[in-house]
Design a protein around this ligand. Structure first.
Ligand code: 5GP
Ligand code: ZN
Length: 111
């Protein structure tokens, strides 16, 4: 728990983010500023600043393996997943999170 971290506060329910999924290790919630009709974030409850800080295979498994479960629950089969790591990659919140977006056509390469 990092007391300055907004996503730690969401994971700890100090801030209400209307969780769409929760288990022992992870939570998922809709992005405040959605970039697609469906846009949610999956985070580990434990604070890691970025993907670079996760050394534990199990933790990788925890955050990625919930995506298909949530997608099934929401009835989406096609989606874009993004993890921005570091400022130049577009990371603005320094608690690791996976963006999952769906409901529109996405272009490639990402901007
Ligand atoms: P990043 O730019 O770090 O990859 O993504 C951070 C994301 O978190 C952005 O898409 C932003 O809209 C979202 N975000 C920032 N603060 C909050 C918040 O307090 N609540 C929610 N639900 N999303 C947030
Ligand atoms: Zn945090």
């Amino acid at each position: 728990m990092n007391s300055d971290c907004i996503f730690c506060k969401i994971a700890n329910k100090e801030i209400n983010a209307n969780l769409i999924y929760e288990d022992e290790n992870t939570v998922a919630f809709n992005d405040l500023n959605p970039q697609a009709p469906v846009h949610f974030l999956v985070i580990p409850k434990k604070h890691y600043e970025s993907l670079n800080e996760i050394k534990d295979k199990e933790e990788f498994g925890n955050i990625f393996s919930v995506i298909p479960k949530i997608a099934e629950k929401l009835g989406i089969k096609e989606y874009r997943t993004v993890v921005n790591t570091g400022e130049s990659a577009g990371q603005t919140v320094f608690h690791v999170h996976i963006h999952v977006m769906a409901g529109r056509k996405f272009t490639w390469p990402a901007g």
